[in-house]
Design a protein around this ligand. Sequence first.
Ligand code: HEC
Length: 190
Amino acid sequence: MGTYTMRCGFNLFAMLLFAAVALPQTTRYNMGRTPTSEEVQAWDISVGPDGKELPPGSGTAKDGARLYAQQCASCHGVTGEDAKGSPRLFGGQGTLNTPKPIKTVGSYWPYATTIWDYIHRAMPRNKPGSLNAGQVYALTAYLLYKNGIIQENDVMDAKSLPKVQMPNRNGFLPAMQDIVSKHCRLGTCP
Ligand code: HEC
């Protein structure tokens, strides 16, 4: 009898152990599913500084001016100084090392490709993702032109955009170098 109880107890223990180990693997929670490759592609839209992810398409500042007036000026302003609650997108060059720096995509951002990426993923703010690649090239060209970085007829595409030299391209220091040079300025070189 004693042996029987023990065996029963052991079997019960073994069953519970099996259930505890096996349960998480067999239980289906019906939460989510593996995304399709089209879905992954739709989210995989980042464009880095070298612009190698930029898609086909092209645009000039002339095309961008019309789009800007229709879809951007209501928030960002027409002249750049009349932005209403949104960042101004033009001007500010030469102000970064003054007591009142004006940081715009033209004066501050180090890579032109980031402007393309940002507009493509996030703007217009009330309808992100609604612009096609050509429209984004045109708007990027318009912002670069209004900031005095390219000419009005310069065509922006996957080849030309990464070559645009932004005024503040060399204004950023790697974090460690920053700390070292700050200490050295204060006479406490590490
Ligand atoms: C409904 C208002 C609204 C509209 C329309 C809009 N934007 Fe914006 N935009 C914003 C706001 C607000 C920000 C600041 C970031 C944020 O809060 O999302 C911003 C940020 C930006 C930035 C980054 C600026 C920086 O210095 O960080 C760019 C570039 C930009 N917008 C471009 C555009 C372009 C191009 C259009 C037209 C296609 C557009 N925006 C339309 C509201 C708007």
